[in-house]
Design a protein around this ligand. Structure first.
Ligand code: HEC
Length: 102
């Protein structure tokens, strides 16, 4: 039993690093909170200045985390803040999934 728990602790972070390109759009948090703006395939809405997330896959973890936590209150439309709506773990997963888009 103990071994199973240990195995999970070892494998979970590994899975996060190995996020695949299709993971983002299948993430329940993406579907519930991001899809409405960034699109079913994360293609964005260029005519509304909502970026395709693939174009942000090169950003580092800190930049992406901040972008999701704080949003951009000055853009039109606004990128909302998610630090009160998602857990740090959820955001970390989204960041790994965005990075996997490149
Ligand atoms: C209300 C529409 C809306 C929703 C919902 C939304 N976004 Fe955005 N997002 C935007 C807009 C608009 C921008 C462009 C902001 C800018 O120009 O700086 C953006 C930009 C971004 C960027 C790039 C930030 C940068 O610095 O370039 C990331 C990453 C991102 N969104 C991720 C997400 C994630 C993940 C979610 C869901 C948790 C989400 N967005 C939900 C509208 C939205």
């Amino acid at each position: 039993m103990k071994r199973v728990v240990l195995l999970h602790l070892l494998i979970m972070p590994l899975l996060l690093c190995l996020a695949k390109a299709e993971d983002l759009v299948n993430d329940p948090n993406y579907k519930a909170r991001c899809k409405v703006c960034h699109g079913a395939n994360a293609e964005g809405k260029p005519q509304m200045k909502i970026p395709a997330l693939k174009t942000r896959a090169d950003r580092n973890e800190a930049e992406l985390t901040k972008a999701i936590e704080d949003g951009n209150p000055t853009s039109t439309p606004k990128m909302p803040t998610f630090k009160d709506k998602l857990t740090a773990e959820d955001i970390k997963t989204l960041v790994a999934e965005i990075k996997a888009l490149k």
